[in-house]
Every structure is written in C-alpha cells, then in structure tokens.
Design a protein around this ligand. Sequence first.
Ligand SMILES: *Cc1c(COP(=O)(O)O)cnc(C)c1O
Length: 378
Amino acid sequence: MIPIIAPFIGESEAEAASAVVLSGWLSQGPEVAAFEKEFAEAVGADYACAVSNCTVALHLALLAVGVGPGDEVVLASHTFIACANAVRQCGAVPVFVDIDPTTFNMDPELVEAAITERTKALMCIHQMGMPCNMEALLPLARAHGLAVVEDAACAVGSEIFIGGEWQPIGSPLGDVACFSLHPRKLLTVGDGGMLTTANAEFDQRFRLWRQHGMSVPDTVRHKSQTVIVEEYPVPGFNYRLTDVQGAIGRAQLKRLDDIVSRRRELAGAYREMLNAIPGVSAPDEPEWAKTNWQSYCVRLPEGAPQIEIMQKMLDRGVATRRGIMCVHLEPAYADTKPRFPLPESERAQKGSLLLPLFHQMTEDMQNQVVSALKDALA
Ligand SMILES: *Cc1c(COP(=O)(O)O)cnc(C)c1O
C-alpha cells in the first residue's frame, strides 16, 4: 500500500519525547519555548507562538486583527473547511472568491470586487504549500485598510520571491501566518499549530489567549521561591501545545530542509513521468514561487470519472485524494450562499487528483503510482 503521505519521523523524535516524559514536566514549558524560537528562525519570523493546531491558530489570528461579529473575511472556498470555520467562530462571514487555476490559490483579480465596507481581512491560503500571489494581494489589502492573515498550514519550507528577494513563507508578509503540524503536513507533532508575526503585541495576546488569559504562566509560578498569584486580564482559551510535542517538533524541524528538497526532487520526477500520459497535466510552479509540494495535485483529462479512478488506483494499492474540497459545496455551508460564481474552484475539486508524495518514497513506488493512474484512465 502506498499512502498519500507518511511522516518522516523516527528515533530522534522518540528519544526527545521520552526525555520529556521522564523529566516530569509534560505540559507547555521549556520545550515549547525552545521550539518556538527555533521555528521562528526557520521561517524568518520575529515571533512564533505554538498552539494546539492550525485551526485555533487561525481563530487567534483573526481575533488579533480585529475580526468580530458581522465582519467579512475574503478567502477561497477551495480549501480545507477549517479556514471558513475559523471565520465563523469569530462570528464573521466568509466571502468566497474563485481561484487561479494554475496556483489553486485565491485569484487576486477577483478580490477587489468582493470587498465591502464590512470587510476586515483577507485570508491568504498557501494551498498545498503553493505560495499565494502576495505581491498582488498585499497592495490590495493596504489600499483598502484590510488585515492579512496567511494560512500557511501546508507551507512550512515554501518560499516566495517578493520585494526583490526569496523569502520563506511565515516571515512577515501579512500580519500573521498560521502553520499546521498535523501528520498530513511536512512536519508533525501529532496535532499542533504555530502563529508567526512581526507584531510583538499580537504575539503577547496569543500567549495570553492560548493559556486561559492567564497573566503569569504556570512555568514561572512553578519555579518561583515566592508566592505568585496570577490574574486573568482577558477571557481566554485552552489552546496549548504540550512539551512532549514541543520536543518532537524540535527534532522534526531539523529535518525540514531535507524533507523539502526530497519532495521537490520527487515532484520533478513526477512531472516527467506524467507528461507522458495524454490529457493529464502536472501542477505548475510560477517563477516567483518555490512550493514544498505538500500535496501533488494533477489535473485529470476533461470529464474523467474521478472517484472511479481513485477506486481503481486504491485496488492497485495506491492511495489518492480528490482535489481540494470546496467549502461552499458542503452542507455545513448551505446557508452561506456564495456571492460570486466559483467555477474554477468546482472544476479543481472535481477534475483533479492528489497523488502520494512522501520523503521515503522510492522511484519504484512513483512508477507504481503513475502506472496505476495510466491504467485507471485507460
Ligand atoms: C490542514 C489545514 C488546516 C487545519 O490544520 P489543523 O492543524 O489540522 O487544524 C487549515 N488550513 C489548511 C489549508 C489546511 O490544509
């Protein structure tokens, strides 16, 4: 069986986790703090704050930039449902725009028309690791006084050419970037998230919110020789990451460069193999983007039966996934009628397929995937 992705994880993570367990301090503490520092360095951010997953990271990012009841947030529908759910959780309304079919990301040309006097923020989703066109989106946001929240759930290790240089995703482009550490992404701690920002005040707020709005962290009280009584200046949440996960994250981070370069190599090999199948198109990377290929999404020939193809491939031991979902097509969003037609989003969901791609994948496995696809299409 060839899975869609497999975590690249082993002894060093197991040892790191074991050391934390044996230390007796398991909840958010020194390992999380060290992980944050190292993560910030890896993505070129001033601040990084760890939380339990990317969905709650998006929630806090939206709260920090001031999204509240009645506000609107412009984003793609062609994304994981968590993006829209986070907007809803703030009491705000998701306004969906269509995607650019090459990058599978929000089409900047369509954003202006979606902005109203209630719009508070753009959510720029770096879908499947492919950077959003920030060069076009940032000036738009600035011109309309909108905040920019980046969903970088899939994009650790991706880069974008902007302002005359290559920058890692997560370095301050928008106001806040949110990462996921779920096993479906490049780095994992089981479940986890990270918020990066250049805004010290936002970072302080994230730290308060994730820990019940508590003024003095328990790590500080634990070490203190004098009695400290904490205060709760704001209502908060419990969005913490544990130190066991923090330690695993630090070990994972050391593998990032290796993982990204291996995935880019595998993607290059796929491209050559897939070009030989008539009607199938391999994904393209714009000149200004270096994706980490978190997902490898191919377009099927027009009208090809997606689910049947997936089943045939599964019967041959090859896992696939349909193209990225469209939130507006789910029953949970039946009451959020899209204001604009979303033909490219729907076409991408129905007409594409995600192929297996993981660090340990061999040339032989890639051949197996491609021949299963070829046979399924025949
Ligand atoms: C995975 C994913 C999320 C959610 O991440 P979790 O860590 O599972 O909460 C959000 N947005 C996108 C684009 C994702 O792919």
